[in-house]
Design a protein around this ligand. Structure first.
Ligand SMILES: Nc1ncnc2c1ncn2[C@@H]1O[C@H](COP(=O)(O)OP(=O)(O)OP(=O)(O)O)[C@@H](O)[C@H]1O
Ligand SMILES: [Mg+2]
Length: 602
């Protein structure tokens, strides 16, 4: 069986976030480590010194033994013993220094990588994340980062010290008799072959295993997120089965990886057997012919046995490097999936910059087509333009594509054909930072984050003062009910906090929008029920927030459309009517009859 093939063939794997290839991963590593190359060189030097100190022990003990065997006096022992003591005294600070230096090189780089990946992930097009599932992202920023850290910290140190130990032992073997070293080297081709086999066999297993873990996290998060629905519809069994399948798949790869590793170490044992056998054979020949003493032969065999551990450590380090490489490729895949940053097209205003001028950006869709996933187009050939302070309203029956157009215009999704641009720059190329504060989308799915009311408002501008937060609440007319909450603006809301009605959550979203003060607002609320007090309150709040800004309004009450500069009527994903309230009424089409029905008394 070939795990690569089965992974590639699995339909679930195809939809996950991209994974970088080896070349791209290495290029990223080089760029990331270049500014730290001096520190890296210093770290390596200290690690070499540390390993060298570790070798002093056996050598000094050898000298002592030799001195005793030769029957020399105590004075001959003092030198080696002093050396031994010095190495022991220096060993501790050397270990400390190499650990500190390594942490200095590795940890900031890993932390930055994690931050970059989270930042990129948050800026990913919504459809990319939807297709991959947030679990894939979560497993990348947790498990994969973990593996990279472990390999960089533990693997590297182990590798260097073991490699030095091997080198020193080989020199020791050769100094006994070059034929011992030659015999020991017989194991090398076998080890090299085994390593090559292992790297080839395990790489795809690790990569597929990490992917399967992503699926498992997705399945778990999905089940938790849908908990109320799952309970209500008694879908627990089905969810359980999904999680179980994903877990079994992930465990399957782990099993496969362990099996490959076991075979790897088994083959290494064969190599050890061959090497040791060769040394014993050479030893018996040399001892018989009188060219080596029994003591030297014993030392040679012990030297070779002493190599087993470091060799396993070096080859095992390849294992952790391999796992880290699989993780790193997944992290860099996220970085690369994010649109490159383009220059900020327009500076975001501040709450004080109230009177807006004509230097606001133009947000436009031009002949845009869009469909979800692999599905057919649900929006066809839609063009619209929101210039400074202009309000464009969209009306249409349910499913006609209004919300889809809103997400295209807000840059959450990218059109399949045609363009979505901000001042002529494709939205996909505008950096999230530039888009934040320029274009804001407000939908009916207002999410409240766990935290205080003030913290939820302040999300728009983390640096906003208490007075600015209060001013935003005041502007949208929410101060009254917010102050009536148990702890006022400090009341905890969101998951686990004080429950707010959906209308109130939207009210807070409008206050947040006021604080954010974007140039263009895309408003897609679903407060279809007109007339109620809360709907009127939201209407007034929306009017306040939209004043002086460009806006796309997905209108559910025609009272919202009458004041718009342009009204678009959508049917089955196409714009079928376009014009001002007056002209569309006069035209006597769909809008005119909608308006008739809406404004008819009773
Ligand atoms: N996430 C999605 N995945 C697949 N299809 C979708 C998704 N969201 C919407 N659609 C489909 O796209 C089409 C347009 O939907 P859209 O939500 O844009 O309509 P709408 O005009 O906003 O409707 P409503 O008035 O009910 O809000 C519909 O056929 C809908 O089923
Ligand atoms: Mg909608």
């Amino acid at each position: 069986m070939n795990p690569t093939e089965s992974a590639a063939a699995s339909p679930a794997t195809r939809r996950l976030l991209p994974v970088a290839d080896g070349r791209r991963t290495r290029a990223h590593l080089r760029t990331a480590l270049r500014p730290r190359r001096l520190l890296l060189a210093a770290t390596t030097a200290v690690m070499v010194a540390e390993s060298a100190l570790g070798l002093v022990g056996p050598i000094a003990i050898g000298w002592v033994t030799q001195a005793i065997v030769d029957g020399r006096g105590t004075s001959a022992v003092i030198g080696p013993v002093a050396l031994l003591a010095a190495a022991a005294v220096l060993g501790a600070p050397a270990t400390w220094a190499s650990n500190v230096l390594l942490a200095r090189v590795v940890l900031p780089e890993v932390a930055r990588l994690r931050e970059d990946v989270v930042g990129s992930a948050l800026a990913l097009p919504v459809d990319t994340v939807e297709a991959g599932g947030s679990g894939d992202l979560v497993s990348r920023v947790s498990g994969d980062v973990e593996r990279v850290t472990e390999a960089a910290q533990g693997g590297l140190a182990g590798f260097v010290s073991a490699a030095l130990a091997i080198l020193a032992t080989l020199v020791g073997l050769a100094s006994l008799d070059w034929r011992f070293a030659l015999a020991g080297l017989l194991a090398v081709p076998l080890q090299a072959y085994t390593l090559r086999w292992y790297l080839r066999a395990s790489r795809p297993v690790y990569a597929a295993g990490r992917t399967a873990e992503g699926h498992r996290t997705s399945a778990l998060l999905g089940a938790f997120a849908a908990l109320p629905t799952v309970r209500a519809l008694r879908l627990g069994g089905r969810q359980y089965a999904r999680v179980q399948d994903a877990s079994l798949a992930a465990a399957g790869y782990e099993f496969e990886a362990t099996r490959t590793a076991t075979r790897f170490f088994g083959r290494l044992n064969v190599a050890e057997f061959v090497g040791l056998g060769a040394i014993l054979l050479v030893a018996s020949v040399l001892v018989r012919s009188g060219s080596a003493s029994v003591g030297a032969a014993t030392t040679a065999a012990l030297f070779f046995v002493g190599l087993f551990d470091p060799i396993n450590a070096v080859l095992g380090a390849f294992d952790s490097v391999q796992q880290a490489a699989a993780g790193l490729a997944r992290l860099i895949g996220v970085l690369d999936a994010t649109p490159a940053s383009a220059p900020v097209p327009a500076p975001a205003g501040s709450p004080e910059a109230a009177p807006r001028t004509a230097r606001q950006p133009v947000l436009a869709l031009d002949r845009a087509d869009f469909g979800y996933g692999d599905g057919p187009d649900v929006v066809h050939d839609v063009s619209l333009r929101i210039a400074a302070g202009q309000h464009v309203a969209v009306v249409g029956t349910t499913g006609s594509g209004k919300s889809t157009v809103a997400t295209l215009l807000a840059g959450l999704r990218a059109p399949r054909r045609g363009t979505a641009t901000l001042d002529g720059v494709p939205l996909a190329d505008v950096s999230p930072a530039a888009l934040h504060g320029t274009v804001a989308l407000v939908t009916q799915e207002t999410h409240l984050f766990a935290g205080s009311v003030a913290a939820n408002i302040r999300l728009a501008r983390p640096e906003a003062t208490d007075a600015q937060v209060a001013a935003a609440l005041d502007a949208v007319g929410a101060t009254g009910w917010v102050e009536a909450l148990p702890d006022g603006v400090d009341t905890l809301i969101g998951a686990g906090g004080h429950h707010l009605a959906p209308g109130r959550a939207q009210h807070l979203a409008l206050a947040r929008l006021f604080l954010l003060d974007p140039d263009v607002v895309v408003l897609d609320e679903a407060t279809a029920e007109g007339g109620s007090d809360s709907a009127r309150l939201l209407d007034t709040a929306a009017t306040t927030v939209l004043r002086g800004r460009g806006a796309l309004l997905v209108a559910h009450r025609l009272s919202q459309t009458a004041g718009a500069d342009t009204i678009l009527v959508m049917e089955e994903g196409r714009v079928t009517e376009r014009g001002s309230h007056q002209s569309l009424r006069a035209a006597g089409g769909t809008y005119a009859s909608l308006w008739e029905a809406w404004s008819r008394p009773g």
